[in-house]
Write a protein that binds this ligand. Structure first.
Ligand code: NAD
Ligand code: USQ
Length: 433
């Protein structure tokens, strides 16, 4: 199949490109590298060095003999996106290309705006481009389990049968998302469902849990094929963060009570889930939802697993309870269904101490690159103006010693965001680059 991976330069997108290419699909990438730019904005960096997209593609072609096409541009630019879709003629689009950090979306007004414009407009553009130029193409959209929140009843896969005043209907499952980022996914879901209903498009909305891990069978073939690995307080996700914290002898940062329960999956299962969705498309006009995770854990259970595994390796890991920067339920019921991908043939890689052990080994190789100053979570959900940029202690000390006025961290963030926003609003040349 011809598959266009939007966001194909990201943590999940790049290994997905290689996974699909290795399994016989002809793959194209769309990306505008905004994620790399946001690292510059935040003063963060992938623990594992990542190579430019051209190098990644050339290395993959050299190793696999498979060609990959690339379209560099912003999907909020409708003309660019349309040209890319018309040129590539995909049978399926995998849409990973969004701003994906909940903390980033909660920094301030500017960042909430950027997140929702980038995500909602990007997805709406895809829907219009598909309707006008590729109506049979299957849109595989990455949503999030966080769309549902943590209700006190079982979470179904997208829809729930409700009986009300003597009548019954199957309706979209209620959504109670926990950040402006998670809200952007809810808005996307509504737009996609509507486009399937009124235009007869077909789509799979993959409500994915938190992904952990860094290696897939393809990323390990050459260091130039590695994918990014975030551990800082803005981009790092919980288990990946705990593993880095253990390696650098930083306490494992459990927020609040630590009983927050989430769905989790191994990065290798993400690859397979998306492939299964592509291989088993819905009918035209059908909008379906799969809950894409394999196991549920509380964040304290994960910390305990990392602590025990680290101890066996002689790492003196300890757990601390930090004041929760987020507004979320810290003790709650959680039971989310996740059978539809299993029914299609998913064989989960469950989380074991062996996997954590291998993550700790991999992270140890890059221990010297950890920027300790980026570990704290700067973004407080209760505030509307949070700092966004981490400043290395050495630079801070040098500037203080020199009597220089430190730029406001918030200001630095806004400069880059304003630039990106301007790019989005102004770039209307529609060229495929
Ligand atoms: P990522 O930030 O590493 O990758 C996203 C990619 O999309 C980046 O390369 C970025 O440059 C690109 N992009 C963003 N906006 C774009 C635009 N307007 N035009 C073109 N390219 C654009 O994120 P990730 O962790 O790989 O996540 C990918 C998707 O999966 C996201 O939609 C995210 O919400 C979802 N997801 C991720 C996780 C997780 O744990 N990482 C869990 C659930 C869902
Ligand atoms: N947490 C800690 N300690 C930390 C970091 C996080 O206890 O050091 C807690 C958080 O408070 C939260 C849970 O861990 O309760 C998950 O946080 P996270 O940062 O790992 O994940 P989240 O912000 O929910 O976002 C990530 C991805 C996002 C994706 C989402 C899937 O960044 O793109 O959509 O996971 S889900 O959580 O299912 O919505």
């Amino acid at each position: 199949m011809k598959v266009l991976v939007i966001g194909g330069d990201g943590y999940l997108g790049w290994p997905q490109v290689m996974h699909l290419s290795a399994n016989g699909h002809y793959v194209g990438i769309v990306d505008n590298f905004v994620r790399r730019a946001l690292d510059v904005e935040c003063g963060t960096e992938s623990l594992i060095p990542i190579y430019p997209l051209e190098t990644r593609i050339a290395t993959w072609e050299e190793i696999s003999g498979n060609r990959i096409e690339s379209f560099v541009g912003d999907i909020t630019n409708f003309d660019f996106l349309t040209n890319a879709i018309r040129s590539f003629e995909p049978d399926a689009i995998v849409h990973y290309g969004e701003q994906r950090s909940a903390p980033y979306s909660m920094v301030n007004h500017d960042h909430a705006l950027f997140t929702q414009i980038n995500n909602v407009v990007g997805t709406l553009n895809i829907l219009y481009a598909l309707k006008e130029h590729r109506p049979e193409c299957h849109l595989v959209k990455l949503g999030t389990m966080g769309e549902y929140g943590t209700p006190n009843i079982d979470i179904e896969e997208g829809f729930i049968e409700i009986s009300h005043n003597g009548r019954r209907d199957v309706l979209p499952y209620p959504k109670q998302p926990g950040s402006f980022y998670h809200l952007s996914k809810v808005h996307d879901s509504h737009n996609i469902m509507f486009a399937c209903r009124v235009w007869g498009l077909r789509s799979t909305d993959l409500n994915q849990g938190v992904v952990y891990g860094v290696e897939t069978p393809q990323t390990v073939l050459d260091e130039r094929l590695a994918t990014r690995f975030d551990y800082d307080g803005i981009w790092g996700t919980v288990l990946n963060r705990y593993c880095v914290e253990a390696v650098i002898h930083h306490p494992l940062t459990v927020f609040g009570e630590g009983e927050q329960t989430r769905g989790f999956l191994d990065i290798r299962d993400t690859m397979r889930c998306v492939e299964l969705a592509i291989l088993n498309p819905p009918a035209l006009g059908e909008y379906r939802v799969f809950n894409q995770f394999t196991e549920q854990f509380t964040v304290r259970e994960l910390a305990e697993l990392v602590r025990q595994t680290a101890h066996k390796k002689g790492l003196p890991a300890r757990i601390v309870r930090e004041k929760n920067p987020r507004v979320e339920q810290e003790v709650h019921y959680y039971n989310a269904k996740h059978v539809r991908l299993i029914d299609l043939g998913l064989e989960p890689h469950c989380l074991t101490d062996t996997l954590v052990d291998s993550m700790l080994d991999k992270i140890s190789e890059y221990k010297h690159r950890v920027r300790v100053e980026t570990i704290p979570s700067l973004v407080n959900w209760r505030m509307t103006n949070n700092p966004t940029r981490y400043i290395a202690p050495s630079r801070r000390h040098a500037e203080q010693a020199a009597g220089a006025k430190l730029p406001s961290e918030g200001d630095l963030g806004s400069v880059v965001s304003a630039h990106l926003r301007k790019q989005i609003l102004n770039s209307r040349d529609g060229k495929v680059g």
